[in-house]
Design a protein around this ligand. Structure first.
Ligand code: HEM
Length: 439
């Protein structure tokens, strides 16, 4: 350990997980509150990850010393068969993918796709929503988010039938590993529930994606798959293209539909906030199809979405593995250990957030950013691995919410408190249903 470093405080965590087995997120919340912004170690028996929450320390790990904190170990290793050598890996493979993909997701490029996206979204809402019929909130949002992203990525190179096969396979792939996420020290040779479903889901994904790559080799296009095929004409082969497509697909659909699932229970829980959102959508959009021209005027909706990502950041847990020993916030961190970052916890630190438990879009009123630590709010991560999809999400979320609200009023069927569920993203509970009533 470096001379200037102190040993971290270790807090018992397995017992906490047991006590909160229904809502493991609460175990983490408790530990975060106990840490009070200091780097601590979570004692899970043989596995003792460091927990980093303070914005200065987040900056250190994600930006200042980023190459020392790689995507490996907890969470990443179990998902490796899904994500392969892609934009969601690290080191040279990651840098290579980032160089190819980044230009496709700049604000300029995304704006150019936006009108098309608005049209597809409006048609989907029109054709998929059955007024008055209850549906599962997460599935319903997936059904609106997933086809739009798939069309942007694959253009016309994928059939509707294949789109319908991809969505459930993805859902299984990211939720089946929930147990390994909380039991990361169980060796891979020891089967856990969910492992078989995970392998089956990967087979389905491969059966859909590889033929699309083959088609893209023979057809022109401006979609993500065509660009990947052109960029990797001479290197890497189909496997690397498949890895990037699968990683991009996972990074975009799951996070976006999870975020959209929180919209409805949150509006219902805060009628005064909902009234402001409804008033704004009525005033700005009226009964026209929502288009890009409306977006700059949906100011309160934008603030609402920012607050939604503060309270329910879909990418709630970012684990990294240290390459070399380091000192974070005065605490010595050993080489090869797991460091867990969580925007969910940073977004609740009372030192940086007034009334952190209160849902208040007003915090994101224009000018508010200037008073905040840059790393107090990071739903899209930060540093070299910062989310590529921020601009896409900033357009897509209001298009979807306003597109629904101009036609319908949501009613969520609540029979218990809404608490997050454990998956690789922060999801609403299983079986939460809602209806959309015609206005
Ligand atoms: C609410 C929506 C979204 C949230 C909260 C979100 C959040 C995040 C977070 C936290 C990371 C960092 C993960 C890590 O380093 O461990 C990330 C990375 C990434 N996101 Fe998003 N994301 C969202 C939507 C999207 C969309 C729509 C796309 C589609 C383009 C996308 C593409 C990516 C990619 C490619 C990366 C990896 C970047 C890299 O490592 O270089 N995301 N996202």
């Amino acid at each position: 350990m470096a001379d200037n470093a102190t040993a971290p405080r270790t807090v018992p965590f397995l017992g906490r997980l047991g006590r909160h087995h229904r809502v493991p997120v609460h175990a983490l919340e408790e530990a975060g509150a106990e840490a009070g912004g200091r780097v601590i170690r979570l004692d899970m028996g043989p596995f003792r990850p460091y927990l980093v929450t303070h914005p200065d320390h987040v900056e250190h790990v994600l930006t200042v010393r980023q190459p020392n904190y790689v995507r490996a170990g907890m969470f990443w290793d179990p998902l490796a068969p899904l994500l392969g050598e892609s934009i969601l890996s690290d080191g040279e493979n990651w840098a290579d993918s980032r160089r190819i993909l980044q230009p496709l997701f700049t604000a300029r490029h995304v704006n150019a796709m936006a009108e098309n996206m608005a049209r597809i979204m409006d048609e989907l809402i029109e054709t998929t929503v059955v007024p008055g019929r209850p549906f599962d909130v997460t599935e319903g949002m997936g059904a609106l988010v997933h086809p739009v992203i798939v069309r942007l990525f694959f253009g016309a190179k994928i059939s509707m039938a294949d789109i319908d096969r991809l969505a459930p396979a993805y859902d299984v792939a990211v939720t089946a590993k929930a147990l390994r996420l909380v039991l990361p020290f169980v060796p891979h040779q020891v089967p856990l529930p969910g492992d078989r479903a995970f392998r089956r889901a990967i087979r389905t994904i491969d059966e859909v994606v590889y033929p699309c790559i083959a088609r893209a080799r023979h057809e022109e296009g401006d979609d993500v798959i065509s660009r990947l095929v052109r960029a990797r004409a001479d290197d890497g082969g189909d496997r690397r293209i498949r890895d990037d497509l699968v990683a991009m697909h996972g990074a975009s659909t799951e996070t976006t539909s999870t975020a959209m699932s929180w919209v409805w229970p949150t509006l219902q829980a805060h009628p005064e906030i909902a009234a402001k959102v409804y008033e704004e959508v009525d005033r700005v959009v009226g009964d026209e199809p929502v288009g890009i021209a409306h977006l700059p005027h949906l100011r309160y909706l934008k603030m609402f979405v920012s607050e939604l990502l503060r309270v329910y950041p879909p990418g709630w847990l970012l684990p990294r593995r240290t390459v070399e020993a380091d000192v974070v916030g005065g605490v010595g961190v050993e080489a090869g250990s797991t460091v867990i970052l969580s925007p969910y916890l940073t977004h609740r630190l009372p030192e940086f957030w007034d009334r952190p438990a209160t849902f208040d879009p007003g915090r994101f009123a224009p000018g508010g950013d200037a008073r905040r630590h840059r790393y107090a709010y990071w739903p899209f991560a930060a540093g070299p691995h910062v989310c590529l999809g921020q601009h896409l999400f900033a357009l897509k979320a209001p298009l979807l919410i306003a597109g629904i609200l101009r036609r319908y009023r949501p009613h969520v069927h609540l029979d218990r408190p809404i608490v997050p569920r454990l998956a690789s993203t922060l999801r609403p509970p299983h079986g939460l249903t809602m209806t959309l009533e015609k206005r």
